[in-house]
Write a protein that binds this ligand. Structure first.
Ligand code: NAD
Length: 512
């Protein structure tokens, strides 16, 4: 039975008051500050903004609204820290130990961080507690090891000896790029911050971190833990505020050597222009519209469950969400029915409510956006088999939704919705489905579901995407490089490639 707007309106979302928890103590502690040069401070002009619980609209905390002056101060602090001891003279072991201490402190405060993430972003507590915060911790541990494995090369050259006594000796060294502006989105706030901070610090860079305006809380708590871990003043600076304000100030600042950005393709393109003045290095992790292809020989139950998780987890606010599902004709009806059943069975509720399997979307604006896509799809003749309804006290909830009968050129099929909306389409010919899968400006990720080994690897080779999963979706690990092809990004995160993002290579050539 399809739930209606009325049933959603009936959900009063009684948040479990975290009055006794560390998260509540953090929120009650008084004015939160910007972290600049090792000190907590208000915004230069005293501006603040509220961050709210998206399920209830309740203000959780007031946070400083950083502006141009704060960006100036933070970049200056990061430059001084980069060029002076203790950071400039640190050893790989010292950086490694620091990263490990940060990981330990995150772990010791996992419950608090998970609760803050759930309250601020809306995600269910379990997603934060068992998924994202542990994944953030894993980033720091992985790059704690990588910090001690940086190597250059010695390079035999074809240059002639410079006389009988002389020869040419050349080598390369890897050096930190310098001051990094790390700008992150709101869907998985602490994890996205960790994916930038851990490799940047392992490489010896200094950082100005700007969390998304919707979700500043875990970045600020992380800042406290960074200080507690002994991060030297100015090595990490944290500016809460808006993209068009402090974000743009960082992106255009001549003192910033690199921008590492995760967010929308539209803002990523804007940053390409902003970086031009001093040719900042850029890593861009952008949007996606990831296809999942279920072949006729797949384990259909497993595939339907896997792609349902891929699109419904975190309310579909996942860059690699399996938003386009192509099922071979023989299993199409079965996939559709299983996904619709799953969508109907998921219980919506406040992220802190242990019964909730899905929380609200991050904001009313995001839920309105998702609703607009579904409504225009309906108007074009698409069939909504499950969900499709927005609701809740603040209008921030959106039912997990399964849609079929969507044309290949519909916005529902082509654009990133960033909500729990699965578009399911049948196909007959495997060559045709590869064409459809690749017919997108995005190339972030894809999955193929089949019991046929050759099929799986042939299709993995044909799909244009930064990651192709076989019989799984949204599987991540710090060892696995992650990046976008086409308009889904530039560069990679995770693994050795992720560390390279924060390093320059220098060639030294000597006659000895
Ligand atoms: P967004 O692009 O609107 O904002 C991302 C960040 O950029 C925020 O901190 C924002 O304040 C800041 N920002 C906005 N305008 C800016 C500007 N002009 N200069 C500097 N900074 C600016 O994205 P969002 O809505 O927060 O996040 C959703 C998007 O993120 C989706 O497109 C999603 O696919 C993408 N995403 C990608 C990945 C990935 O790894 N590829 C991971 C998660 C999310």
């Amino acid at each position: 039975m399809t739930r209606t707007a009325d049933t959603l309106a009936g959900l009063s979302f009684n948040p479990v008051e975290p009055s006794q928890t560390a998260a509540a103590r953090f929120l009650a502690r008084g004015p939160l500050g910007l972290l600049i040069g090792g000190r907590w401070t208000a915004a230069a002009d005293g501006d603040e903004f509220s961050t709210v619980d998206p399920a209830t609209g309740r203000t959780l905390a007031m946070v400083p609204r950083a502006g141009v002056q704060d960006a100036e101060a933070a970049v200056a602090a990061a430059r001084i820290a980069l060029e002076s001891d203790p950071w400039a003279g640190n050893t790989p072991e010292e950086r490694s130990r620091l990263l490990w201490r940060i990981a330990d402190l995150l772990e010791a405060n996992l419950d608090e961080l998970a609760a803050l993430e759930s309250l601020d972003q809306g995600k269910v507590l379990a997603t934060a507690k068992f998924g994202e915060i542990p994944a953030a911790i894993a980033q720091f541990r992985y790059y704690a090891a990588a910090a001690r494995a940086l190597e250059g090369t010695t390079v035999p050259t074809s240059l002639r000896r410079q006389g009988p006594e002389r020869q040419v000796f050349a080598y390369t060294v890897r050096e930190p790029i310098g001051v990094v502006a790390a700008v992150v989105p709101w869907n998985s706030p602490l994890l996205m911050a960790a994916m930038k901070l851990a490799p940047a610090l392992a490489a010896g860079c200094t950082v100005v971190l700007k969390p998304a305006e919707n979700t500043p809380l875990t970045a600020l708590r992380l800042g406290e833990l960074l200080v507690e871990a002994g991060t030297p003043a100015g090595v990490v600076n944290i500016l809460t505020g808006f993209g068009q304000e402090v974000g743009a100030a960082l992106a255009t600042h001549a003192g910033v050597d690199k921008i590492t950005f995760t967010g929308s393709t539209a803002v990523g393109k804007q940053l390409v222009g902003d970086a031009r003045s001093n040719l900042k290095r850029l890593t861009l992790e952008l949007g996606g519209k990831s296809p999942a292809i279920i072949m006729g020989d797949a384990d259909v139950t497993r595939a339907a469950a896997g792609v349902s998780r891929g699109i419904f987890d975190n309310g579909g606010q996942v860059c690699v969400a399996s938003s386009r599902i192509y099922a071979q004709r023989g299993v199409y009806e079965q996939v559709l029915a299983a996904m619709a059943e799953k969508a109907e069975s998921l219980s919506l509720g406040h992220g802190m409510d242990p019964r909730a399997e899905l929380g609200p979307l991050v904001s009313r604006a995001q839920a309105d956006r998702v609703q607009a896509y579904v409504s225009s799809g309906r108007a074009e003749g698409a069939e909504v088999l499950a969900g499709g309804v927005q609701g809740g006290a603040e209008g921030t909830f959106f039912q997990p939704t399964v849609v079929s009968g969507v044309a290949e050129d519909s916005p529902l099929m082509r654009e990133e919705i960033f909500g729990p909306v699965a578009v399911v389409t049948p196909f007959d010919d495997p060559e045709q489905v590869i064409e459809w899968a690749n017919d997108s400006r995005y190339g972030l990720a894809a999955s193929v579901w089949t019991e046929g080994l050759s099929n799986a690897h042939r299709m993995a080779a044909q799909i244009k995407a930064g990651t192709v999963w076989i019989n799984c979706h949204s599987y991540f690990s710090p060892e696995l490089p992650k990046g976008g092809h086409k308009e889904s990004g530039w560069g990679y995160e995770n693994g050795a490639l992720g560390l390279s993002n924060y390093l320059e290579s220098k060639t030294v050539c000597a006659v000895i």
